[in-house]
Design a protein around this ligand. Structure first.
Ligand code: NAP
Length: 291
């Protein structure tokens, strides 16, 4: 029998790459990478097609004959995530997709009663309602955590004026509020969701969270691997002036402190993601060792 096709948006990026790899490894489905530049694709997907989240016609074509789709939007590239979410839903409806998986985040606006403004969380969460009402046979939500990979990118330890290397951030380093994982592990949860529509295909929330850490825990993990880093806490108002986009990070850290990354009552979502994952997850300690 022909394998059913799963189309993956973001297949060239952090989330989608792991999704392709886990689905390929499991072997039940055929994978289709969707990218704006198919000629540049070098991943493991069985097929690669052109598709753009801002273009309904291209996306409908990219989703043709797909049983399932995984959709992630990239806030940091300036995406209007609600507009792109709507196009993805419509394209999937046009193409007759059975199982729609939306990469979302907690609704900070709702959780904090409007106190914190974190558009890259809330914008994604606002699409959830549209997914729920779209009439898909199956639909699920995955919530990626703070990637360990942020530490080798935009949130890496940096040299400081006092001669040490580490972080200067607007968060209390003793608060265990940051849900974290190796982002490659998101694919294990997404693959598990496509394999278990009867368990999680009626709007379940699957939160990937291998660890719940404070910055002191993070410093300890690096120390255990021979890296001595420092941490300086600064007020959010000051941090917000440091660089373009710093206010967003500052509000996000204030939200973490008040409610944790995944927000209140997230335990069941975390347990459910663990339960359907196709494989176990990587600890921060292992990730640091290997990277
Ligand atoms: P990434 O590694 O930067 O890759 C972005 C992906 O999005 C690429 O594969 C790109 O595909 C695709 N893409 C962007 N615009 C597109 C469009 N118009 N049409 C089709 N595909 C498009 O990003 P990522 O980390 O996987 O995902 C980014 C999202 O993760 C952000 O919205 C962020 O808020 C969220 N997030 C990040 C963290 C974190 O800790 N860093 C945690 C939770 C959630 P092509 O260029 O190949 O077309």
């Amino acid at each position: 029998m022909e394998k059913k096709i799963i189309a993956v948006i973001g297949a060239t990026g952090s989330q989608g790459k792991g999704v392709i790899n886990s689905i390929v490894k499991d072997g039940t489905f055929k994978t289709r990478a969707v990218t704006r530049n198919p000629e540049k694709y070098s991943g493991k997907a069985d097929e690669v097609v052109k598709g753009d989240l801002t273009d309904l016609i291209s996306l409908t074509e990219a989703f043709k004959n797909a049983h399932g789709v995984f959709v992630v939007t990239n806030f940091w590239e300036g995406a209007d995530e609600i507009a792109q979410g709507k196009i993805a839903i419509q394209a999937a409806k046009n193409a007759g997709v059975n199982h729609f998986i939306w990469s979302t985040l907690p609704n900070v606006e709702k959780i904090s009663n409007g106190k914190f403004d974190v558009p890259h969380f809330t914008g994604k969460a606002k699409v959830d309602e549209l997914v729920k009402n779209a009439g898909f046979k199956n639909y699920s939500f995955v919530q990626p955590p703070f990637y360990y990979q942020n530490f080798s990118g935009m949130l890496g330890a940096q040299p400081k004026q006092d001669g040490s290397t580490g972080w200067t951030l607007p968060i209390d380093p003793s608060k265990k509020v940051i849900h974290m994982s190796d982002i490659n592990d998101l694919g294990k949860v997404v693959a598990g969701a496509f394999l278990n529509p009867e368990k999680v295909g009626q709007g379940s929330y699957l939160a990937l969270a291998t660890e719940l850490n404070s910055f002191n825990d993070i410093l300890a993990s690096y120390k255990a691997n021979g890296k001595e880093y420092s941490f300086t806490q600064v007020p959010g108002e000051l941090f917000s002036t440091f660089f373009e986009g710093a206010k967003e990070i500052s509000e996000m850290m204030a939200y973490f402190e008040a409610h944790s990354y995944m927000g209140p009552n997230s335990e069941n979502n975390i347990l459910q993601a663990n339960a359907i994952s196709t494989e176990s997850f990587t600890s921060l300690n292992e990730w640091i060792k290997n990277n």
